[in-house]
Design a protein around this ligand. Structure first.
Ligand SMILES: [Fe+2]
Ligand SMILES: [Fe+2]
Length: 190
């Protein structure tokens, strides 16, 4: 973890470092409350945005370099690649082999139909960064729910995100829909 912390300190812009620090703080609170492995959550949150400051061209170049599959929606919105690239860097450079961590990092933007408790805490800690809540008051009830019920909070977030994208005439990542349907089924026991 030391190597990862040093890398962040040396390479990431200050605003991103601040975001990562805030998510780690939230991750700690949520992990304790929901009895989730804090070590895994912290490593995932430290690494989740290693590529967040890259521009579209840099993201595509890194993706080609690492020979990773680029889906149609990622071609249109290369920012969606930043989780995939971060998970690769964590594995190759920082020798993190835990699949729960790598999976949480890889799909932290879209969500995924298979979400462990570690994934859920990582996902929410990123979305309820106080700076994000300041920009969108719709995140307030999601923030409150995160401290009560992880599944409900994620379902609320995914519903909010899907509605927001429809209103903005934006594309929706297919994994976001899958994640939402899988949670909805689980919660209503369909
Ligand atoms: Fe991110
Ligand atoms: Fe983030």
């Amino acid at each position: 973890m030391r190597m990862l912390v040093d890398y962040i300190e040396l390479n990431l812009p200050q605003s991103l470092k601040n975001h990562i620090n805030r998510t780690c703080k939230i991750g700690k609170e949520l992990s304790k409350l929901h009895k989730v492995d804090l070590n895994k959550v912290t490593i995932a949150l430290l690494g989740h945005d290693l590529y967040r400051a890259y521009n579209d061209q840099e993201l595509l170049e890194e993706a080609y370099k690492n020979k990773i599959y680029i889906s149609k929606i990622e071609k249109i919105s290369p920012i969606l690649l930043h989780g995939k690239l971060a998970s690769i860097k964590m594995k190759k450079k920082f020798k993190i082999i835990d699949n729960e961590i790598l999976h949480s990092v890889k799909w932290h933007t879209s969500g995924h139909k298979n979400m462990s408790k570690v994934f859920k805490v990582v996902f929410l800690s990123d979305k309820i960064d106080p700076e994000k809540i300041k920009k969108s008051k719709d995140l307030c009830p999601i923030n409150e729910m995160a401290y009560i019920n992880l599944d409900q909070a994620i379902l609320m977030y995914l519903n909010y995100n899907i509605k927001f994208r429809i209103n903005q005439n934006e594309l929706i990542h297919p994994y976001t829909i899958q994640a939402r349907n899988s949670l909805q089924k689980e919660i209503t026991k369909l």
